[in-house]
Ligand binder design. Structure first.
Ligand code: SF4
Ligand code: SF4
Length: 427
């Protein structure tokens, strides 16, 4: 629930909306006529593809474009590869779009099932990195035991999105099984499940400490959880992982649990779908389903200048193509009517100070924005604490000049990271 305060009178009140005690039914979509999986593309274009158009694939089969199989996607259906084409995601991220046409008879790939008798971190990383919820298994594998605490989010970071909340309450058994497997394959013993409201009841035997947080946004963002739940402040420029803490969504843990319970790699994504009229549904669809198919299934039409946002109203990003597929981390699809969409402007900052007052990181956002607008990213980082930003989006939400501050911040961090990578490659 979002109640925007009148400018200057009080800070905005934004709360996570709790689901009712009797959870809504999940609405399941049929398998689409075509689905698209986004396979990470490497710069080494000379590496030959191990997949080709016309190849047949099985349900649950690991598909990799490169012989070492470190990067892969998992086919949610049995079918034929219809196309392989370059695809550009957010901030220029490069993929190969693997489009599959489902066939009539389903054949399940058994390779993972044959190995589930002895779970290891390597096995999980090899098969479940792209499972629903995107388990951050690379962080566990790369940290060499540096991760000491896993925080499972049973509350979504963005308000109005209810995917993690729903799954944490409705899939207790798979969640507990996932926690048990994680304990079995890692040295991590400190596992915390985050909930809010009344939802902690019933988690007695989950295998994790259950901690309740406030329902006021942004209490479920990682940096806030670090401070409020673990009592640690993440220094600017450091990550939660640097402090030995790694975050999983409830769905990521459930994916691990259900994979070992059923012997199959899960490929069905649960997400929150919010229509233009504000109706909220919890839906389930194959990873790879075009967003346009989801809209069509619920009779939602998109007109010029309407917006489709993935990832929540505060921190999500708009997409521009109905062919964009549901991905393992697509927790929400929000359709916003053009008349209700937040607009941005090129009005100058009037130095009202609203962004400074609302910023949970206590940054001088009004000064930072001047550097960001001038693309002076290094100065923004050196002089105005760019890296202290916890990416809550509140500054952009309250800005009376409608400056897209949050988007500027994300772009600045991306550009600085890219410059660092290029420098390292040239060294
Ligand atoms: S997004 Fe804006 S309000 Fe939120 S922490 Fe960053 S600068 Fe502060
Ligand atoms: S950036 Fe926006 S909210 Fe911040 S001081 Fe300027 S006008 Fe006010």
């Amino acid at each position: 629930m979002i109640k925007k305060a009148l400018w200057g009178l009080s800070t905005p009140q934004i709360h996570y909306e709790m689901l009712p005690v009797h959870l809504p039914e999940t609405e399941k979509l049929p398998i689409p006529q075509r689905l698209t999986l986004l396979h990470p593309k490497r710069d080494a274009l000379s590496v030959p593809s191990t997949l080709g158009i016309g190849d047949t694939v099985k349900t649950g089969e690991k598909l990799s474009l490169y012989p070492d199989q470190n990067d892969y996607v998992v086919s949610p259906v049995t079918g034929t590869i219809a196309s392989l084409s370059p695809y550009t995601g957010d901030f220029g991220k490069s993929y190969i779009a693997v489009t599959i046409t489902p066939g009539a008879n389903e054949i399940i790939d058994d390779t993972f099932n044959q190995q589930t008798h002895s779970p290891t971190l390597e096995l999980i990383s090899d098969y479940l990195s792209g499972a629903p919820g995107n388990p951050p298994l690379n962080l566990l594998a790369d940290s060499n035991g540096g991760i000491k605490t896993i925080v499972i989010r049973g509350l979504d970071p963005d308000p109005t999105v209810a995917t993690s909340q729903y799954l944490a309450q409705s899939r207790f058994y798979d969640l507990a099984k996932g926690i048990q497997i994680i304990k079995q394959v890692t040295d991590v013993r400190d596992i915390i499940l985050i909930t809010a409201g009344e939802s902690m009841q019933g988690y007695g035997h989950i295998g994790a400490q259950v901690k309740n947080v406030k329902t006021a946004y942004p209490s479920a963002l990682p940096h806030m959880l670090m401070k409020d739940v673990l009592g640690q402040v993440v220094p600017a420029g450091k990550t939660c992982e640097d402090l030995g803490v790694c975050f999983f969504t409830a769905e990521a843990v459930i994916s691990i649990g259900s994979a070992f319970e059923s012997g199959q790699i899960p490929t069905s994504k649960t997400l929150t779908f919010i229509k233009k009229d504000g109706t909220r549904k919890i839906i389930e669809t194959c990873i790879g389903t075009p967003i346009g198919d989801v809209l069509e299934a619920f009779g939602e039409t998109v007109n010029e200048f309407d917006r489709i946002i993935l990832g929540g109203p505060m921190t999500g990003s708009a997409i521009y193509a109905l062919e964009h597929p549901v991905q393992p981390d697509t927790d929400s699809i929000i359709v916003v009517d053009r008349d209700k969409a937040a607009y941005v402007s090129d009005y100058p900052c009037i130095n009202c100070g609203e962004c400074v007052r609302v910023c949970p990181a206590k940054m001088q956002v009004n000064m930072l924005v001047r550097y960001l607008e001038a693309s002076q990213y290094e100065a923004a980082a050196d002089s105005y604490d760019l890296y202290s930003c916890i990416e809550c989006g509140l500054c952009a939400y309250v800005c009376v000049s409608k400056i897209p501050i949050f988007q500027y911040i994300k772009l600045a961090k991306y550009e600085l990271e890219r410059a660092k990578t290029l420098e390292a490659a040239d060294a």
